[in-house]
Structure formats: C-alpha cells, structure tokens
Design a protein around this ligand. Sequence first.
Ligand SMILES: NC(=O)c1ccc[n+]([C@@H]2O[C@H](COP(=O)([O-])OP(=O)(O)OC[C@H]3O[C@@H](n4cnc5c(N)ncnc54)[C@H](OP(=O)(O)O)[C@@H]3O)[C@@H](O)[C@H]2O)c1
Length: 252
Amino acid sequence: MGALNEKVALVTGSSRGIGAAIANRFAREGARVAVHGRDATALSVVVGEIGKNGGTAISVTADITRFAEIEIMRGRVEKELGPIDILVANAGGSFTPPGPLEGITEEVWQASIDGNLTATFLTIKSILPGMKERKAGNIITISSAAARRPYPQSPIPYAAAKAGIQILTQVLAAQTGSYGVRANCIAPETILTERNDARIPDAQKKSLLDMHPIKRLGKPEDVASAALFLASEDAGWISGVILDVAGGSVMV
Ligand SMILES: NC(=O)c1ccc[n+]([C@@H]2O[C@H](COP(=O)([O-])OP(=O)(O)OC[C@H]3O[C@@H](n4cnc5c(N)ncnc54)[C@H](OP(=O)(O)O)[C@@H]3O)[C@@H](O)[C@H]2O)c1
C-alpha cells in the first residue's frame, strides 16, 4: 500500500526539476499523477519514467499565468484521472538575476510576480472549489529560502513573490480547514536540479555549501520527500506551515 493510493495529484511545473521529482515520488506512492508543463518533450520523458516504474500519469499543458488555460487543464485532469485530491502548485522560478532594486525594470518585476504569486493564486482558484465541495483536499505551494530571510544576493521580485505565496498559503489554510482542505508551503534552499547543477559555478556551489549546517546541497528528492509527507495522512493535522527544506541553513 502506497501512502497516496487512490489519490489524484496535479503537480504543476513537473516537466523537470523539483516538480518532476515530486511527480515521480507521488506516483511511486500510488497516486495517479497529472504531470504539467509547457515542453512536450520534457513532459513525455517524465510520464515515460513514471510508466516504466509501474505508475499512472498523464501530461497536461497550460500557461499557469492564464486562468482560462488552467481551467481547461483542470477539466482534462478531472476527465482522465478523476477529481484532484492533491495540488502541488510548484511551477515558477526566478526570472531575474540578483541586483540592486533601482536596476529592476517594471517588466522584470511583473514577470516574477505573475510567474510565481499570480500563477499560484490562479492555480488554486481553479482547483479549490471542487475540493471544498468534496470536503477534502490538500494543497502544497512552493516558496523559497529567498523569502525566509533577507539576503543581499536574492533577486528582490522573486523574494517578494515567494513571500506573498507564503502568506497566501497561510490565509488559505485558515479559510479552508473547516472544509477538510489543508494548505502548506515548502521553502527550499538552492536545489541541485539539472538546470542549477549546470548553471552554478563550482566556486559558488562551495560557498553555498558552507552556509549549510548539513554539509551537502539539496536534491529535488529532498523536496519530494517533504511534499510526500505533507500530502500524506501522516500530516493530517498539519496546515498552514512553511516547511524549510534547507539543510539547516534557514532557522526561523
Ligand atoms: N531549484 C531551486 O533551487 C529552487 C529553490 C527554491 C525554490 N524553488 C522553486 O521551486 C519550483 C520549481 O523549481 P525548479 O528549479 O524545479 O524549476 P525548473 O527546473 O526551472 O522548472 C520549472 C517548471 O515550471 C514550469 N513553468 C514555469 N513557468 C510556467 C508557466 N508560466 N506556465 C507553465 N509552466 C511553467 C516549467 O515548465 P516547462 O519547462 O515545461 O516550460 C517547469 O516544469 C519553483 O517554484 C521555484 O521557484 C526552486
């Protein structure tokens, strides 16, 4: 028996990186998983991996900054897999390099807010009504260590958008507990996804490592394990938490 047997999960941004690890882990625990992204090739790789391991997955596409596209995606997931029990609103990212505030253009600011905070809001807005109606549901959002403590190297629009996701999640938890819906947020430190592994120079990896009491950098599977716990009945009385997956480098 897997921890998520009979559950339907939508993991946004699971065509690669952290989302792909979460989708894989959930499928291994028995969930039927909707793998989401925009890159058809990457999506088919993740769906193929899950199938090879004996799991069930479909791929869905949508620009999660557009509510109409999210609604169509929700319809497809419900039709092909059933009502969504678990939503991991993971899609997002940092769309600007670090730098002083006065150098940030309005366009770059807006892209980070849209691609993280607004995207999370729109995704939950689409999925939540069904959960409330069924009086059951589980929502996990993704913040970042960048929003847990001020760090001069953090991209400000990204940190601000992720901080918004945290309070959004907590107010949501306060509103939906009586409907049987839990909402929690995971805040990872730098995770060595394939993209980060290729992008971050060795010297920077070393200085990042020095910041961590646990002397290694995070892996996508570390976030997947945290998501599995929050999605499972083991966390049945946990709602409104911000869970730092950060090798001890964030303690608040
Ligand atoms: N990696 C880290 O170090 C780290 C640390 C803290 C927090 N996080 C957060 O964790 C989440 C996942 O990060 P990651 O590093 O795994 O990211 P990633 O490798 O860059 O993958 C991002 C995923 O989100 C999807 N996506 C992004 N914007 C989208 C949009 N507008 N519409 C539809 N899909 C969209 C991408 O789809 P396609 O590629 O298919 O287009 C992809 O599946 C993000 O929210 C990120 O901010 C990451």
